[in-house]
Write a protein that binds this ligand. Structure first.
Ligand code: ADP
Ligand code: MG
Length: 588
């Protein structure tokens, strides 16, 4: 048994033991509140900490869960064990509406929209007669099973913390899975994730939904614990406090949610008494202290309190036990000589600037084609037009005979065109193996729920086996468990190639793979490229290093100022006066 499983087991055992301890009722009630807040904060760890999306509106989702059960049990006499699902349904509906409207837009739209959403719901709850206006709804029943009241004190403590622990385990399982790796890639920007075939929009909506559902369950519990609901518990101030808890505890750390919830709850209670006594008048001064504390934490401990604990306990190394796993199915490959890529007069205009001016060329299976030219010639833009990152002004691209001109980059990647980036894009806090497994995303199918419940084991084994195989294929077998962010530039670039190979491509596009590499590393890279070619891979290589290009390429396409200068074999290009002029004129 590894350390984290042991810690989890101890924690699970601590819940009933705590319930049996002769603690004063006050402390049990405090722990109940902390559990409820931790549940909301857990959702925010996923949304904000891991996914990089900020929501101030979680309190509103707590409110939906609370008011739904309050209204239904009081007015229709429904059982609370049913109303929780109605609450989840209503929460899901509103989260999807808010998410679909705002998550396509980048930047600050989500935080702003969640503030608006939080305020709107607060005033709605406070003004509807049916919801008791600002007095709220009173006289809810405690949760019970038969005649056993489990809605208060120690029973409620066990119930709440069992849900919190189950939620934490589900999140930990999710983060260590195929969809989890996709979620963790969101923070690095959408370009890399989309190039791996991931719909970033879908995952943003998904984590927004999961966070909202966690909040809704907390609201359901809270309503029956307090036996009354009123808008003040679900306003923007609470929304901000939930975010505090997550940030202070440790954005990105599942256990940090519990630490943060505990700390903020206790501090909140203390300050609400201490500050007015100190200042002499009553008021919500604690908000000011929280504001200052949050700024300090963000400045001096940006990963939150839990990061200190986490650094003391390094993550246990993944056990390599997938040798017996089945291989992933592979796609059919083009026969040697077949045309893999046909680029026909593609053009890109940025306003008045023609960055790519009617460029045409082809790549046959098993060929390495180099795309060269001075800085600013339009190589990267050409690359982005082919891979679907940028839309074309005009022109056509065919991949294996099929028209792909209008496809998005994730759909092109699904067809078997894989790429690396001029500036390495990876998830620094994941291991090399996990980063590379991200490349095999489109070859797996298990979703979020299966991952949370850990019924994705067989598929995970297959994905890990493939990632290891691709790393070994290019000589990176010794780096499996290294944290990707700690790698030097050379291994980082090789890791990107292994990740691209994981999608089982028929064409590999490499954007300046030798940039920043030392001489030895360049030789190793050339060796890898020749070996891949020997295995039948077709490669489009954008590269500045002329030695490497002349060494490995079969055919060269030379660009200057967006236009095609000339094309030919390396020997022909080296002899060309026009190419010499272009390079001597601009680079030297
Ligand atoms: P290379 O990769 O060959 O160095 P690029 O394809 O990056 O060249 O750039 C080609 C030209 O297009 C340059 O003049 C560059 O300034 C311009 N360019 C590239 N991207 C954009 C953009 N998003 N908006 C406007 N101009 C751009
Ligand atoms: Mg470039």
């Amino acid at each position: 048994m590894n350390k984290s499983k042991l810690a989890l087991l101890l924690l699970a055992a601590a819940v009933p033991v705590t319930a049996l301890l002769p603690l004063p009722d006050f402390w049990i009630a405090q722990l109940n509140y902390i559990g409820l807040y931790a549940l909301v904060s857990l959702g925010l760890v996923l949304l904000t900490g891991v996914g990089g999306l900020t929501s101030f509106g979680q309190a509103a989702f707590v409110g939906i869960g609370a008011y739904t059960t309050a209204w239904l049990t009081l007015n229709l006499g429904m059982s609370p064990w049913l109303t929780v699902f109605v609450g989840l349904g209503l929460t899901a509906l509103s989260a999807l509406v808010v998410g679909f409207i705002t998550l396509r837009m980048s930047g600050h739209y989500l935080p702003l929209a969640t503030i608006a959403w939080g305020l709107a719901l607060y005033y709605l709850m406070g003004n509807l007669d049916a919801l008791g206006k600002y007095d709220g709804l009173l006289g809810l029943k405690s949760l019970s099973i038969g005649s056993l009241d489990i809605g208060q004190g120690r029973w409620f403590f066990v119930l709440t913390w069992a849900i919190v622990l189950a939620g934490a385990v589900a999140l930990l399982n999710l983060l260590d899975s195929r969809p989890g790796r996709a979620i963790r890639s969101l923070k690095t920007g959408s370009q890399m994730a989309e190039a791996m075939g991931i719909s970033t929009f879908r995952y943003k909506v998904t984590i927004f939904l999961i966070a909202a559902l966690f909040a809704s369950v907390a609201g359901w519990l809270l309503a029956h614990f307090q036996r009354t609901v009123n808008p003040s518990a679900f306003g923007l101030k609470m929304g901000i406090e939930y975010l505090f808890m997550t940030v202070v505890g440790g954005v990105g750390y599942v256990w940090g949610a519990i630490v943060g919830a505990g700390l903020i709850k206790l501090l909140d209670d203390y300050l609400q008494v201490a500050l007015p006594a100190l200042i002499g008048t009553s008021g919500s001064y604690e908000v000011i202290v929280f504001g200052v504390a949050m700024v300090l934490v963000l400045k001096y401990l940006p990963d939150g309190l839990w990061s200190v604990v986490a650094s003391k306990f390094p993550r246990p190394q993944r056990v390599v036990d997938w040798h017996g796993a089945d291989d992933l199915p592979t796609r059919s490959k083009p026969a040697t000589g077949d045309l893999v890529l046909q680029v026909d007069k593609i053009r890109k205009q940025f306003g008045g600037l023609t960055a790519v001016n009617d460029i045409s060329f082809e790549i046959a299976a098993g060929q390495i084609v180099g795309l060269i030219g001075p800085n600013g010639a339009g190589k990267s833009t050409t690359f982005n037009l082919i891979t679907g990152v940028l839309g074309k002004t005009s022109g056509q691209v065919k991949f294996r005979g099929e028209e792909i001109t209008a496809l998005a980059s994730r759909d092109i990647s699904r067809k078997g065109m894989a790429r690396t980036f001029q500036h390495v894009k990876m998830i620094p806090d994941m291991t090399v193996l996990e980063n590379v497994a991200l490349g095999a995303y489109t070859r797996g199918h298990k979703g979020v729920l299966a991952s949370m419940l850990r019924i994705n084991h067989a598929e995970e084994q297959r994905l890990m086996k493939e990632a290891q195989r691709q790393l070994e294929r290019i000589g990176m077998g010794a780096y499996l468990h290294e944290q990707a962010g700690n790698l030097a530039m050379g291994p980082q670039r090789l890791m990107e190639i292994a990740r691209a190979l994981c999608c089982d491509p028929a064409l590999l596009l490499l954007d300046e793979p030798a940039a920043g590499l030392r001489h030895k590393e360049k030789q190793a890279l050339a060796q890898v490229l020749r070996q891949l070619q020997g295995e039948g891979m077709s490669i489009l290589l954008v590269e500045h290093d002329m030695d490497l290009v002349m060494d490995v390429c079969d055919h060269l396409v030379v660009m200057e100022f967006g236009t095609l200068l000339t094309r030919g074999t390396p020997a022909e290009i080296q002899a060309s006066p026009a190419v010499r002029a272009a390079y001597l004129g601009t680079e030297h």
